[in-house]
Design a protein around this ligand. Sequence first.
Ligand code: NAD
Length: 385
Amino acid sequence: MKVAVVKETAPGERRVALVPEAVAKLRSAGHEVLVETGAGAGAFLPDESYSEAGAGIATAEQLAGADAILAVGRPDDALAGRLRPGQAYFGLLAPLTDPDLARRLAATGVTAISMDLIPRTLSRAQPMDALTSQANIAGYKAAVLAAAAFGRFFPLLITAAGTARPAKVLVLGTGVAGLQAIGTARRLGAVVSAYDVRPETKTEVQSLGATFIELTSVGPASGAGGYARALTDAERAAQQAELADHIARHDVVITTAQVPGRRPPQLVSSEALKSMAPGSVLVDMGASALGGNVEGSEPGKTIVTGNGVTIIGADNLPSTMAAAASAMYARNISSLLTYMIKDGSFTVDLADELVAGVVICHDGQVVHPALTAAPAAAPAPVDPD
Ligand code: NAD
């Protein structure tokens, strides 16, 4: 099989779909690997490191004949124009946030595989779980960014020059990223509390040495597939009001809340921001063009409010640790590619729950159930929360 690795073109994207170690494994399994010139540069991986692992270095145009194109993100217009029927395209496509994407890709005849749709409930899919590998990195980096922006120490410090009390950190949303943020903040010595609308995360939070906050105004909101459901307007207002008291008592707040296919829920209102002490820091991992977990946050921007609170709008944190993120993503994507090769040829078996979970279009048709559902049941990407 001929496998191609593209150079990412999205602004700020430094990751690459395969690292040389993964190339060597595919080569030893008998596959040909072509890597676009400069594809690994953002992750400090020169072309020579890929050549040494057995890859051919090629121009973008020379990748067109590959059976599978491996990428981190969506194809840009130039690449989409070169996709051909029967070819497979792997990437973090986030199709639920742009239902038209699947239709556009289907029109090319490509089999599009979305690495962010790996079913979390299947244990055989764990090595392919790119959402988890990237969220782990993002959660770590969020805690490190918060510590760097905070004007005081995270740990308790007792010195001859005085004593510093430990920072009080609050993590909102305790999925993969939130749990990693808790672990990282704890390792830096902070006193950590956390909250999630899924109460089943309480034991995980406590096992990391943090205190789980339970709200009385909002009940459990566990949804399908282990994810949270979107809250109603009334629940959201009650949650924001009750969280505000907790937020005011913390030095650092890291927010990670997501609901699949929806804009991130707003957890920190401008009223809550006003109640925070000057010098407090928020890192909003939900920051997006549609709004984030923190009112007024903007992806890729750091804002200091009138009362001296710093809001860091996270923007693609895994890309800021491109070497680590690429190494993990390469293992995820190689595992899925290898899984879909049966008897030496790439096979799209939609009767397999794992494959059906990730393939968004095939043979010119949109095939993913979340995208072919009746409009009323389909995800609403621009719905408030
Ligand atoms: P996510 O990124 O979708 O969301 C992050 C967190 O935000 C979640 O914990 C969610 O409950 C929380 N959240 C959403 N709305 C909220 C609100 N209004 N208020 C407070 N919190 C809110 O989550 P994720 O990290 O992708 O994890 C999703 C699920 O997948 C979890 O059940 C997790 O345990 C599961 N998972 C399973 C595996 C596995 O079995 N291999 C691996 C990774 C994750």
